[in-house]
Ligand binder design. Structure first.
Ligand code: 5GP
Length: 181
């Protein structure tokens, strides 16, 4: 395992190796393949953090009839009194009647996941499933439970394998947790 690293003055220690990550990515991919056998699902990768997980998961699922799109929440000035509204961008043209699998990097409070699922459901898909690399069940504010979880972890700050600290460290192959000393 790699040693301690410092990002923006904060210390992180190794938490999950590349090999440990891939074992769980393959397990989740197998579950998705089994559940969606005979369908042509659309995967929605939540940018930015899920791009590494999505690249591995999508290839491990290996359903050549499936598609992938890359979505993100963008703020724009709305006409409502609230002023600023978050809207999902990058959605494929027609999700109606499709089987959708959202791919997220981490579920913390569950607020983002709930919003994504509601926004996708508004487009009348046949089904919506939610796959996450990491889940912090003790942080939930909504009771949201992802359909597919690679790792359930305690409520500590994580970087690497797509997850960032102020935009940095997404390129780390392993996952690191913030050091407590
Ligand atoms: P939620 O809406 O579930 O509270 O938050 C989900 C988002 O919070 C994630 O997509 C991610 O951007 C951020 N987040 C939550 N926990 C962590 C963490 O441990 N590390 C990093 N890098 N981002 C996190």
């Amino acid at each position: 395992m790699d040693n301690k690293i410092t990002v923006n003055g904060l210390k992180f220690v190794p938490y999950l190796t590349e090999d440990e990550i891939m074992v769980q990515v393959r397990r989740v991919a197998g579950e998705i393949r089994r559940d969606l056998e005979g369908k042509s699902p659309v995967f929605l990768c939540a940018l930015n953090g899920a791009f590494v997980f999505a690249a591995d998961l999508y290839r491990e699922v290996g359903m050549t009839d499936s598609q992938i799109a890359f979505v993100r929440y963008a703020s724009y000035e709305g006409t409502e009194s609230t002023g600023c509204v978050r809207r999902m961008t990058g959605l494929p043209d027609n999700l109606e009647g499709r089987d959708v699998v959202i791919i997220e990097d981490i579920v913390d409070t569950g607020l983002t996941a709930d919003k994504m699922i509601n926004d996708v459901k508004a487009l009348n898909p046949a089904s919506v499933r939610f796959a996450t690399l990491l889940h912090k069940p003790d942080s939930t504010k909504t009771g949201f439970k992802p359909d597919y979880v690679a790792f359930s972890i305690p409520p500590k700050f994580i970087i690497g394998y797509g997850l960032d600290l102020d935009g940095k460290a997404r390129n780390l192959r392993a996952i690191y947790v913030i050091s407590e000393d």
